[in-house]
Every structure is written in structure tokens, then in C-alpha cells.
Ligand binder design. Structure first.
Ligand code: FAD
Length: 550
């Protein structure tokens, strides 16, 4: 691949030279460092690079320049390279403008000048940004190809699985062009059995089961040991925090998770209110970072779904989807929630064929220049609407209530108001969906009665349900399936049946000793990334106390 480019922009020749030298010294081996002496010159350079399809990873611009200011230039640079990391160089006097620019120009970072020594003040920040850019960058294609059909449920599942596990692939929709069909014919593969996953070595998996695909793309599906100190079920923010703390404090920790680590946060295009990320962080980045961190401390991850929990004396056995079992003294249930389904005529049949739950970010590119409908008025719906607005011609948000004020954070409401291709329809519900092979129309009920509108994609965010149906009855839950823990077990008047410990359950302990609960799946939890992270780490402290009794 051509070396990605780092572009430095400053009208002061001496400062520009200093930036270029610092960048070359640290990154010259892997990146090409380019320069421009004004915002306009830099825009011209970006236009030429874009025409040659050259990758730009980072743009570093001074704020005070004649003509375009740094903020104005960085904002316009997004037209050419929306994914490049944008850094503003400022004097202390411009700090306020820089913070504003985090919103207006979506800059990723601002650095106060001077940045000496660069080893402390420049490189750690830039290296972090470049790592992020690399994680999202799709180089010219050399890897996996998926041949399928946009409106097939199985195709959607395969593509979601690959992208949620950060496995790059190129998707070939047989309905959208002839390349996919031609390739199938060349390889003598049956076009009636899709999706097909083609590997660079020429081998293929036809309509693969998740396990087979996971194993083939190198994900670990089998635990290396039979017994662990702690098994964490679910690698959302709660499970990941527990894995980081547990493993760093010496617990042999196994994490069971069928998707890429990150949980619901992983489907979030941007989390803007999590501590320490002033420019926001995508859920996928947060999950990736925590996964690396936990692995570095020795936590082990398997790509599997837990399907059962068996209690035998002091041992807890977790059953996995492939029929195997792993055991431990402590289990942490951090399985979070999944989206509630629309219960209206047609919705079941068209799920995955135009109706999607959660942001289904993988579908965003397919929606280019189309109209997209988003149902729901909470933060997750707002984030999705903003994400789809980058691709779709128009995004219509359907909200049952009067508006977004009561259910959505203000920063999202403001950004939606600033986004011209998002339209809000208040007091409006979807009451039926139509289509044979795929979604074709919606029946909407609004203030002026019912109407039918043509529709291709509907993304649904109408609340969440806990994923606890697989747990045994000994694990007490509330009427909605959320797990009771600690004081809540007593508050419900249910001193756990069969509880034989001479002590009360610990704060996050379930009705079974040694089985803990953290995050969104817990009855009464605050549904936020930070609270899930907090609970995951607190649960580890109680796990230690529990294990001390052995
Ligand atoms: C689109 C969206 C945007 C959001 N934005 C924000 C935001 O900006 N700020 C904020 O603070 N919060 C936000 N939230 C809420 C936040 O993401 C959640 O509160 C948080 O992710 C809860 O973490 P958790 O670990 O408890 O559960 P989850 O994130 O739900 O993770 C649970 C994990 O368990 C796995 N799992 C489930 N069942 C099993 C099983 N049987 N076996 C193995 N694994 C299993 C799931 O695959 C999942 O990865 C958002 C949520 C969504 C959906």
C-alpha cells in the first residue's frame, strides 16, 4: 500500500519546518510527510491527493493563518478526507476557539504550541490518533470477499459478524452488479447458495455457520483451559472493565462474547460523554482499546455465546454454543440488553431485509443517496440518525412523543438541528410494514391520520430487553428479566431461595453465591457506558472477597 500521508499546514515557514521535521523523525519510515503554507494551498493539495486515491491519515494545521483559519480549513478538509485525523495547533490564547472547533470542525485534538519535547507532548497524541485511523482504514482491497444479496438475512448476519469483529472484507451484491455472479460462475459455485465468503487463498465458505466463519478468520472459539478464577459473560463496557481489573489483579479470567468486544457501545457511532475523550470516541474504538488492554493483562477471550449456567457446589459451569463447558468459582454476568422488536404486522418477516435493530452500521454504506427511516427518540436513535445522514439523502426520525427534548442529550439534539438532511416527525408511529422480498413501504400513523410511504430501510431503537432467558431459575430476575443483585434481592422480599451463606449477598452478587451481575442487565442499573464500566470494576472487588473464602 502507498505510504499514508501526514499533512502539516502553517503560514510561518519556521514553524512549518519544525513540524515537518518532528513528524519525519518519528513517522518518516511509515508515512509520507507533506506540507502546505496556507489553508487554500492545503485544500488544493488534498484535492489532488484525493484524485490520485492516496490515503491521508492526519492533518495538522495552525489556527492563525491569513485567509482560511485553521478551524475553517480543517472543517473544509472533511470534504476530501472525512476520516483523516484533524489536529489544530494553537496558542494558549486560542484554546477557547479550539474547544469550540471540536464540535464545529470535528477536530480530534488541539495542541498548544510549543510542543517541546515532542516525545512527551506531540508523539503520544499523534500515535494514538494514527492508531485509530488505521483501525478504521480500509486499504485498497486485498482480503476477504463476501458475495451475497443485500436483502438476505444470512448475508446481513455474515457481514455484521465480520465488521463487528473488525475483519475487513469487500462485499459484492449480486443484485447490484455482475462482478459477484461472474466470480461465482468462474469458481463453479452455486448462485442459489449465498452468501459465499471467499478467502485470499482461493478457498470459499458457502453459507457458513458463525462458528465455522469465526474459526476460519482466526478468532479463538475454544478456551485454552477447563477452569478459570473468573468467567465473564459478555464483553460490553461492564465485562471489559471486569476483564481489565480482574486480569490485572491476577485472576485467571475468561471472557465469553460472540461479537467483537464493545457491546452496545460498539454499535454506537460516537460516544461523546465518556470521561477522557473530549472529541468523542466510537464504540468500536473503545471496545478495541479495552480488548487490547485486557488481553495485555492476560485475559483470554473466546468468540462464543453462553447458552447455559450450571451450579455444582462451589463450581460454576458455563455452557457454550458449541456444546463445550468451562468452569470457574466466579461468574460475572455482563450480558447487557438487546433491542426490543417492533410488534406490528410484517416486521418479523422483513427483519434483516430492510428492517434492522440497532444501528447496523454495516448497512449505512448501502443506504447511500436513499431515504432512511429511524424509529425512536433516545440517544441511540440520535446517534444513528447522524451516522446515516452522512450517507443517506434524507433521514426521517419517527418519534412517538412531541420531540426529542425529554429523551435525548442536548448535544445530540443540537447536532441533529444542524444537520440539514435529518427530518423529525413527532407524534408518529409505524403501524405496519409492507414488502415481499424486502421492505417496500411503511404505514405511518401521525397527527393528521394514517398514510403509506415508500421505504427501503427502517432502523429501530425502541428500548431494550435483557438477554437473560438462557439462565437457570436460581438466578432471580425481575418481571422484565433484569437480574437482581445485592440489596435488591431483599428489597423485592425475595431472600434468595437456597441461599445458604452465613452472610448477605455482596453488592453486585446475584441470588447464587459467586455469580455476579454488572451493567445494563442489572435491575435498576443506569444505562450508561461509565456506569457499566464502574460496575464491572466494582464486581471484581467482590469476586476477590468471595474467592478469599476458599
Ligand atoms: C447506539 C447506542 C448508543 C449509545 N450511546 C451512549 C453514549 O453516548 N453514552 C453512554 O454513556 N451510553 C451510551 N449507550 C448505552 C451504553 O452503550 C450501555 O449502557 C453500555 O454499553 C452497557 O454496557 P454493558 O456492558 O452492561 O452491556 P452491553 O454493552 O449490552 O454488552 C453486553 C455484551 O454481552 C454480550 N452477550 C449477550 N448475551 C451473551 C451471551 N449469552 N453470551 C456471551 N455474550 C453475550 C453481547 O454480545 C454484548 O457484547 C448507547 C447505547 C447504544 C445502543
Amino acid at each position: 500500500m502507498a505510504r499514508p500521508i501526514l499533512l502539516a499546514v502553517d503560514d510561518d515557514v519556521n514553524v512549518l519546518e519544525a513540524v515537518v521535521q518532528d513528524l519525519r523523525r518519528q513517522y518518516g519510515a511509515t508515512y509520507r510527510v507533506m506540507r502546505a503554507a496556507s489553508g487554500q494551498a492545503a485544500l488544493d493539495t488534498l484535492a489532488q491527493l484525493k484524485a490520485r486515491q492516496e490515503p491521508v491519515a492526519l492533518i495538522c494545521s495552525d489556527q492563525r493563518m491569513p485567509g482560511l483559519t485553521g478551524v475553517e480549513f480543517l472543517e473544509r478538509s472533511r470534504e476530501f478526507y472525512p476520516d483523516a485525523r484533524r489536529v489544530l495547533l494553537t496558542a494558549y490564547a486560542d484554546t477557547e476557539a479550539a474547544i469550540q472547533a471540536i464540535n464545529s470542525a470535528r477536530i480530534h485534538y488541539y495542541l498548544n504550541k510549543p510542543w517541546d519535547p515532542p516525545e512527551e507532548k506531540l508523539y503520544p497524541v499523534l500515535s494514538d490518533l494514527l492508531e485509530d485511523w488505521h483501525a478504521g482504514y480500509q486499504p485498497p482491497f486485498e482480503g476477504l470477499r463476501v458475495i451475497g444479496h443485500r436483502w438476505s438475512l444470512k448475508d446481513h448476519a455474515v457481514r455484521s459478524f465480520l465488521s463487528s469483529n473488525h475483519v475487513p472484507y469487500r462485499w459484492m451484491d449480486v443484485a447490484a452488479g455482475e462482478d459477484g455472479s461472474k466470480l461465482l460462475a468462474e469458481l463453479n459455485l452455486d448462485p442459489g447458495r449465498l452468501p459465499v465468503v471467499l478467502f485470499p487463498d482461493g478457498s470459499a465458505l458457502v453459507d457458513p455457520e458463525p462458528d465455522a466463519l469465526a474459526a476460519r478468520v482466526g478468532l479463538s472459539i475454544q478456551a485454552t483451559q477447563d477452569f478459570y478464577d473468573m468467567i465473564v459473560v459478555g464483553a460490553g463496557p461492564a465485562g471489559l472493565a471486569a476483564a481489565v481489573y480482574g486480569a490485572s489483579e491476577g485472576l485467571r479470567t475468561l471472557v465469553i462474547e460472540p461479537q467483537a468486544p464493545g457491546g452496545q457501545a460498539g454499535s454506537s457511532s460516537k460516544i461523546e460523554n465518556y470521561l477522557g475523550f473530549p472529541a468523542g470516541v466510537t464504540g468500536a474504538d473503545l471496545g478495541r482499546r479495552a480488548h487490547i488492554q485486557a488481553t495485555r493483562f492476560g485475559a483470554e477471550f473466546v468468540t462464543q455465546r453462553a447458552t447455559g449456567l450450571r451450579i455444582d457446589g462451589q463450581y460454576r459451569f458455563v455452557q457454550l454454543a458449541d456444546g463445550r463447558e468451562v468452569s470457574s468459582h466466579v461468574v460475572l454476568l455482563a450480558v447487557g440488553v438487546h433491542y426490543r422488536k417492533l410488534v406490528i404486522p410484517g416486521a418479523g418477516r422483513l427483519t434483516g431485509r430492510g428492517i434492522y435493530y440497532g444501528a447496523a452500521l454495516v448497512e449505512a454504506v448501502s443506504c447511500k443517496d436513499e431515504e432512511v427511516y429511524v424509529v425512536g427518540g433516545a440517544n441511540s436513535a440520535g446517534q444513528a440518525a447522524l451516522h446515516f445522514a452522512r450517507y443517506a439523502r434524507k433521514v426521517t426520525m419517527l418519534v412517538r412523543g412531541p420531540g426529542l427534548a425529554a429523551t435525548m442529550s442536548k448535544y445530540l439534539i443540537d447536532e441533529i438541528a444542524r444537520t440539514s438532511n435529518i427530518v423529525l416527525e413527532a407524534f408518529t408511529q409505524v403501524v405496519e410494514v409492507f414488502g415481499e422480498e424486502r421492505l417496500e413501504a411503511l404505514q405511518l400513523k401521525g397527527p393528521s391520520g394514517e398514510r403509506r410511504v415508500p421505504a427501503i430501510s427502517l432502523f429501530v431503537f425502541i428500548g431494550a430487553a435483557p438477554g437473560t432467558e438462557w439462565l437457570p431459575p436460581e438466578i432471580v430476575r425481575d418481571e422484565n428479566g433484569f437480574l437482581l443483585a445485592g440489596p435488591d434481592l431483599k428489597a423485592e422480599g425475595k431472600q434468595p431461595e437456597g441461599w445458604q451463606e452465613p452472610r448477605e449477598p455482596f453488592l453486585l452478587e446475584s441470588s447464587v453465591p459467586g455469580v455476579f451481575v454488572a451493567g445494563d442487565v442489572r435491575h435498576g442499573s443506569i444505562k450508561r457506558v461509565a456506569s457499566a464500566v464502574g460496575e464491572g470494576s466494582i464486581a471484581v472487588q467482590f469476586a476477590h472477597q468471595y474467592l478469599a473464602g476458599f
